[in-house]
Every structure is written in structure tokens, then in C-alpha cells.
Design a protein around this ligand. Structure first.
Ligand code: ADP
Ligand code: MG
Length: 267
């Protein structure tokens, strides 16, 4: 079976300095619901940007549904839900935001069609916020904004949904209904969720990877203690009942004594 996302020996970073991500290997199978956790500054957002093609890898290879990320075939396969930045203003209506999710569906400089409108309405309904269509984004709560951004991503009808810190700005109750919703979407869509907040990882998640700059922890299932010592992944995950796969360097698979040379282990 062709994986939804396959990352091989990825090294990536910004213009200057050290690479942010080094020797990353990660396979996300279709219909997976994977949480990628790690400390702030660990490179989670950078990894999403690389998968989206916004940052070119320094080395390594990434395929989406079997195609290299530069390929046209990948366009529109991925829906992206960016991190909500508190205080950032969106002076447009909910409907306008969701319609933006349709822009990738065809050529630029065109008017939205009836099909675009009904797709936008369909996903607003699924997200339970159709009644807010004409509201200004700025008037919504954090949880409602998050739903709008997900509706926008879904309006592009992607096969894969990438979410960056999606529950950072919502309360516990909203988190739960949010994860129930993601679990429903997961019936037909592959979901990759990144978060620094271990408490935000729900039992709906099927797999977990830990990332801390030069290392994604990985591979076989390790004991909670080994995971927390070696990779800086938190012990509490185990009590969430989440299968804990730790993803690492392909050629070093089986080693559980790797040190994180970065020393940035705190979550
Ligand atoms: N645009 C950028 N230019 C240079 N360095 C950046 C940029 N964005 C992020 N970084 C650096 O990359 C590292 C990883 O950041 P990021 O991927 O945002 O981590 P996370 O999402 O896990 O908090 C940090 O050290 C950060 O300072
Ligand atoms: Mg981030």
C-alpha cells in the first residue's frame, strides 16, 4: 500500500545556521491519525512546512501518495490548518475564509461558482458553524475560529489534513468534541496533528511520533521509561492508552540508547 506521506532521511532548515530537522524518517499510512509531539522550537511547524512544499529540504526525499512533493499531482491533496495566533485579526467573514479553501481547486482570477458555495456550506455544516457564515471572524471564540480554519482546509477536499497546534486555544470540553470530530473525519482522511501539549493528545489518535530537532523518535514500541529518557517523550502518553511508536533513524532501528545531542528534552 502506498503511504499517505513518506519522509526519508530528511534534513531541513532555514537560510542560516544549523539544520532544524536532521535525518528524519517517518511513514504515515493512509487513514492514520498520527500526533507528532515535541517541545516548542523542536521543529514541528518546520516539518509541516516541508511537507507542504513551503520549505525545500536540504536533503532527503518526501512523497505524498507516492508522488514527490514538487509534483503537480500533490496539489490539493493536502489541507493545512495553521496555528491560530492569538490577537491576529481576520477582518473578513467566516464564509469568505472557507471559500478561500476552494482557491486551489482551479485557476486563479475566477469567480466562485455555485459548486464552491455549496462545498463551503457543506463543510461549515459538518463543523457545526453554518449559522456563523456571515459573522466576522474577529467576533468568534478560539474554538469557533479553529473550526472555520478546518472547514477551510476541508473545502479543498484533501486526502490528508495537517493541523498545527489545533487545540492550543480551546478549553477542555471543546477539545473533546473537537477530537470526536477529527475521529469522524479520519474515516476518510489521513490526519497529522502536531502539538507541544501532551495533554492534548486524545485516545482517538492511532499513532504518536516524537520530534525534537535532530531526532524523531521511532520504530518499535519501547517502554514508557525508555521513551521518556532517550527521546524526551513524556511518560503520560502511555496512560492515555495511545500506542506509542518511537520513530528514529532508519539505519539505527533497534537502538534504544541514542542520545539526543540537542539536550532539549523538556516538554
Ligand atoms: N522563518 C524562520 N527562520 C529561521 N529560523 C526559524 C524560522 N522559523 C522557525 N525557525 C527556527 O526553527 C526552529 C524550529 O521552529 P518550529 O518549527 O517553529 O518549532 P515548533 O513548531 O516545534 O515549535 C526554532 O529554533 C526556530 O527558531
Ligand atoms: Mg509550531
Amino acid at each position: 500500500m502506498i503511504p499517505a506521506i513518506e519522509i526519508r532521511d530528511l534534513t531541513a532548515g532555514y537560510r542560516t545556521g544549523q539544520p532544524v530537522l536532521k535525518n528524519i524518517n517517518l511513514t504515515v499510512m493512509r487513514n492514520d491519525f498520527i500526533a507528532i509531539i515535541g517541545p516548542n522550537g523542536g521543529g514541528k511547524t518546520t516539518l509541516l512546512k516541508v511537507i507542504l512544499g513551503l520549505i525545500k529540504p536540504w536533503s532527503g526525499e518526501i512523497t505524498v501518495e507516492g508522488y514527490p512533493i514538487e509534483s503537480k499531482a500533490v496539489r490539493g491533496e493536502i489541507g493545512y490548518v495553521p496555528q491560530l495566533i492569538p490577537g491576529k485579526s481576520f477582518p473578513i467573514t467566516v464564509m469568505d475564509v472557507v471559500l478561500m479553501g476552494r482557491l486551489g481547486k482551479s485557476d486563479f482570477f475566477r469567480h466562485f461558482t455555485d459548486a464552491d458555495m455549496s462545498a463551503a456550506e457543506k463543510y461549515l455544516l459538518i463543523m457545526g458553524i453554518l449559522h456563523l457564515s456571515n459573522n466576522n471572524m474577529d467576533s468568534l471564540s478560539g474554538g469557533q475560529k479553529q473550526r472555520v480554519l478546518i472547514a477551510r482546509a476541508l473545502a479543498g477536499e484533501p486526502d490528508i489534513l495537517l493541523l498545527d497546534e489545533p487545540v492550543a486555544s480551546v478549553d477542555h470540553e471543546t477539545q473533546e468534541s473537537f477530537f470526536n470530530l477529527l475521529a469522524e473525519l479520519n474515516d476518510s482522511i489521513t490526519i497529522v496533528l502536531v502539538t507541544h501539549d501532551v495533554g492534548a493528545v486524545s485516545a482517538h489518535v492511532k499513532n504518536i511520533a516524537c520530534i525534537n530537532r535532530t531526532l524523531i523518535s521511532h520504530g518499535e514500541i519501547l517502554s514508557a521509561d525508555a521513551v521518556s529518557k532517550v527521546y524526551g517523550c513524556p511518560f503520560e502518553l502511555i496512560s492515555h492508552g495511545v500506542p506509542h511508536r518511537v520513530i528514529g533513524h532508519k539505519h539505527r532501528k533497534g537502538s534504544s540508547t541514542e542520545n539526543n545531542s540537542d539536550g532539549e528534552n523538556s516538554l
